[in-house]
Write a protein that binds this ligand. Sequence first.
Ligand code: TYD
Ligand code: MG
Length: 464
Amino acid sequence: MAHPKSVYVCNACGATSPRWLGKCPSCGAWNSLVESVVEPATAGKNRLSGRFNALVPSAEVRPLAAIASEDVVRTPTGQGELDRPLGGGIVAGGVVLLGGDPGIGKSTLLLQALDTLQRAGLSTLYVTGEESGAQVALRAKRLGITGSQVAVLAEIQLEKIIATLAEQQPAVAVIDSIQTVYSDQLTSAPGSVAQVRECAAHLTRWAKASGSALVLVGHVTKDGQLAGPRVLEHMVDTVLYFEGDTHSRFRLIRAIKNRFGAVNEIGVFAMTEHGLKGVSNPSAIFLGQHAEPVPGTCVLVTLEGTRPLLVEVQALVDLGGPSPRRLSVGLERDRLAMLLAVLHRHAGVATGDQDVFVNAVGGVRISEPAADLAVLLAIASSLRGKPLPKGFVAFGEVGLAGEVRPAPSGQERLKEAAKLGFAHVMIPKANAPRKPGPELEGVTLHAVERVEEAIALVRGLEEI
Ligand code: TYD
Ligand code: MG
């Protein structure tokens, strides 16, 4: 049989070329051509008849109100912290993409989840393209899973995987990882954008048609050798990313997109000798361990989905060279530059000749602007070499005009800080409760409206 034909399609303008080219001849975009399969001839015939059929409505048009909405049925995975970002459990016919750095624990978590599901009576299939069956068995042993009935297939060719899926009809299938799967319809190497996209599209179509739940594992790579899972985000129903520092024990799973639940919900895990264990009360794990307050640190209450978390922000301000550096880990760098400008302009704290490093403890990534106030106070504290008072926590967004803006769900954040025994809480004025409830007893609230006010207040507290 002749090799199926493939063409190269420009990502930017859709032009096609029979060969790969560095520059699109049509729109001039660089490196935008991606291989894709040409539809077989029969499809062409259908398309022709489709043109005539186009005049005949194919499906009935109904008012929205007349269409019965279906409640999705969720099956809990047995891992509460995984169910949380999933929106309550896996959904039949739903496709989940689980991304993360190599070695962070994707295979471990999914093997644990599949085993629990299998024990709950669902048929499962684990397709491994990276490890042999023996290696998977070794991991299962390490996880303390014995006598597992999870079906394992070591295969990387798409057509064979789909054939096995069709034959086994598992209720839940895991493809670990999508970057190792290849289709022989394409000449590109496994892991290239064309292969990853094509294979994921086929698998997704299979999941929708069969009603099985499918989890695709995707590695996030920095060197661009393998196509990142980003190209798949729009295809799948739920996108989960593993984050956290591989050197620390804690791992977070964040929902970036979820057609069946809320986004930005996170699940927290700890990597142990026997696999990943959910941490159901994680609010205090991202705090540094200091016997006494140290300069350059400030605790903030961040809201991850519906759950408040206390995270320590650390800053180091030190005399820099001719072009001072601004580095941040876990926080946005552009935001840092902006905060330094606000600090200078509105509070008179100059850092123009200083290196500024900012870090969120525990490898957690914070993207919400409510972290601004804490970052700013940590920087000011490091510059002055004076610690913030013991039991101090802050949250609030800082604007370019030097104003401190309210953070969403201020009351929940306040309550969490009080629950964990923080005595000084700096909050935006708009978040201050009119009548503090009994749960805020023993907490001194410092409500501020402006950045300069916040800095002055902190200096006042240092004197005590
Ligand atoms: P793994 O699930 O293989 O990562 P990924 O699939 O995301 O690449 O996780 C591997 C890491 O986890 C590895 O460094 C060893 C560690 N680990 C434990 O600490 N405890 C365990 O019980 C297991 C199975 C792995
Ligand atoms: Mg793996």
